[in-house]
Design a protein around this ligand. Structure first.
Ligand SMILES: Cc1ncc(COP(=O)(O)O)c(C=O)c1O
Length: 313
């Protein structure tokens, strides 16, 4: 994929052409990863493009920023409007949206006190992160030799740029060994999460996932899927997940804005369940996609319509 230079980017309150939305090589964030970001998806619906759980993502962005002392000089509502503006100006019907706030250029001491806070919002078309085939048939994953950092080392519930070098190491290793994705264990050797996605396992009809005690980012897709699964009548429990829980599971899947709901079919050569997308995973996936596509009235409040929603439908 290469980016279309004619697209529009929102930068510090202005819409600029992609090619003009630049930053200086002395920016603090470029050297030290001192920025925070979000990833959200805008889906095509019968009532126009809609961003899935926009306010939950913006809330997490502000929380991540406050952990790192980044004072975002905009309100949540200003950034919500900016997200809509970027999507509309680019005339996207569906896209991925990436708000990023970072310390810019002023000094390169580790304390970024004097560095300006820059805010940008990018958007581009992005197919499902683990591929259409992965969505349908499941992905093959491997336990990463890199552990997920503990929340006492870095705030795992914040989505900060520099924290992602851990994920980059894991995913590069997994790809180099022919797998689709990495599974990171926490420092105690229990399951944490994928490089950019949370994990669920299903055993005997009950759905299990882990939580922040296992150094995960608390995903918004994870939260959505927990609600969906309970509404479908499934018992969802939060617990410590071991590698054995995964290899002995009937079904397993990843959740994330980029990866959406992607079945896991194999861990290090061991088939999970029947080695394909399981029936409960399929049911949750179908419900998730019918919500994001606006094909149901269920959780319509999760959709933020880019243009005002029509009064009559
Ligand atoms: C490390 C990590 N875990 C989990 C997730 C899933 O979070 P969400 O569902 O909010 O996209 C992401 C994606 O943002 C992530 O980067």
């Amino acid at each position: 994929m290469s980016f279309d230079q004619t697209r529009w980017v929102w930068k510090n309150g202005q819409l600029l052409r992609w090619a003009d939305a630049t930053t200086h090589v002395s920016a603090h964030a470029l050297h030290y990863g001192s920025g925070v970001f979000e990833g959200m998806r805008c889906y095509e619906t019968p009532d126009g493009p809609a961003v899935f759980r926009l306010h939950a993502h913006l809330e997490r962005l502000f929380n991540s920023a406050s952990v790192y002392g980044l004072n975002i000089p905009y309100t949540v509502e200003q950034l919500a409007t900016a997200v809509s503006d970027v999507i509309q100006r680019n005339e996207f019907t569906s896209c991925y949206v990436r708000p990023l706030c970072y310390f810019g250029s002023s000094s390169l001491g580790l304390h970024p006190a004097k560095c300006p806070v820059e805010v940008v919002i990018l958007a581009w078309p992005w197919a499902s992160y683990l591929g259409a085939d992965g969505l349908k048939h499941g992905v093959r994953i491997t336990v990463s030799p890199w552990r997920k950092f503990h929340s006492q080392m870095m705030p795992t519930t914040a989505k900060a740029c520099g924290q992602y070098v851990n994920s980059i190491l894991a995913v590069r290793d997994a790809f180099s060994r022919g797998f689709d994705e990495a599974l990171l264990l926490d420092v105690e050797g229990n399951i944490a999460e994928g490089s950019g996605m949370n994990i669920f396992v299903i055993k005997g009809g009950t759905i299990f996932t882990n939580d922040e005690q296992h150094s995960i980012l608390m995903g918004i897709t994870r939260d959505s899927v927990i609600q969906i699964a309970r509404e479908l009548g499934y018992l969802v429990e939060t617990k410590t997940l071991t590698v054995e829980d995964l290899t002995c599971a009937d079904e397993a899947f990843f959740t994330g804005t980029a990866a959406e709901v992607t079945p896991i079919r194999e861990l290090d050569g061991v088939s999970i369940g029947d080695g394909r997308r399981g029936p409960i995973t399929a049911e949750i996936q179908d419900t998730y996609f019918s919500i994001t596509a606006g094909r149901t009235d269920l959780h319509r409040d999760w959709l933020h319509f880019v243009a005002p929603e029509p009064v009559c439908r």
